[in-house]
Design a protein. Structure first.
Length: 300
């Protein structure tokens, strides 16, 4: 099996893990509030990545990327800023899944794939024609998926839409700092800061939090913290070194499809024909936004 194929299979596994994480987020709400859930999952993710950082040579047989003096400042500042934005994105998403299905949340969250190039306008990037077509398809899909009679967007869907915008900023901030920073340490700091954001919100809104509730919510919290955040992040780093970015982003967009499948199998969620059509339009838009143009293909 070629290295590229191995990378693609690892990315597919990552997409499956992230898709199923929406089910974990919904299940966790049976026992704890959204801020407590995010606080716990981020603490778990931080500890997991700390262990990975320390045990990396034993796990892979290779030394991890060395943090140079030039990396320290962007790693710290980037980790803090990325963590704040991630904490906000997670908050919107976690509140959203209380009022909407895991499948719909997965598709609406995936809007960030289209929003990222759109926001590139503000930093002088040109937007290709197919991206505008993708935007129109995504808007139509979002309408079918979320807008009810009277042109009212559901409460949960509204929060997940805000989450998609927050994740757009998250990607842009990561893109700015990641080339200058230590990857795993930046991610570990971001989870720690996101956990602090959740803790502040949990205290500010006086959310009920008990050890009994935490124990009952342990399985979905551990899944979200270890698999979705820790393992998913690690697999993504390893896999993207083996395949090209266009293929990687297209495979990762399958996260939204796996969210619908996991919601149907594990939670018994059923989408209406209208919502199914909305998902199809959004999925086509996501794929269209990531296709390389002729010039990019000729350079590969």
């Amino acid at each position: 099996m070629s290295e590229k194929m191995k990378g693609n299979l690892l990315l597919l596994l990552t997409a499956m893990i992230w898709g199923a994480s929406f089910v974990a987020q919904v299940s966790g709400m049976d026992h704890v509030g959204p801020f407590a859930f995010n606080f716990a999952r981020n603490v778990v993710a931080t500890l997991f990545l700390y262990v990975v950082l320390k045990l990396w040579p034993l796990i892979t047989g290779k030394e991890m990327e060395e943090e140079t003096p030039e990396m320290k400042r962007p790693t710290l500042i980037g980790g803090i800023l990325v963590g704040i934005v991630l904490g906000i994105a997670m908050t919107f998403q976690q509140i959203g899944v209380i009022y909407t299905t895991a499948g719909k949340a997965g598709f609406i969250t995936a809007l960030y794939i289209i929003l990222v190039p759109l926001f590139g306008i503000f930093i002088g990037q040109k937007i290709k024609g197919r991206v505008w077509i993708a935007v129109l398809l995504a808007v139509a899909g979002l309408y079918l998926l979320s807008v009810t009679e009277g042109f009212v967007i559901g409460r949960g869907d509204s929060f997940v839409i805000l989450c998609a915008f927050a994740y757009t900023f998250h990607i842009l901030v990561v893109d700015h700092f990641s080339p200058k920073a230590h990857g795993v340490k930046l991610s570990m700091i971001q989870f720690a800061v996101a956990g602090l954001v959740s803790l502040i919100l949990m205290v500010a809104f006086r959310e009920n939090f008990s050890m009994e509730a935490l124990i009952n919510a342990a399985p979905p919290i551990l899944y979200a913290g270890v698999l979705s955040s820790g393992v998913g992040f690690t697999l993504q780093i390893i896999a993207q070194k083996k395949t090209d970015p266009t293929m990687a982003s297209m495979i990762m967009s399958l996260e939204s499809v796996f969210a619908v499948i996991a919601g149907a199998i594990l939670l018994g969620e059923v989408l209406s024909p209208r919502e199914v059509m909305g998902c199809i339009l959004m999925f086509v838009a996501i794929i269209l936004a990531q296709l390389p143009d002729k010039r990019e293909r000729s350079l590969e």
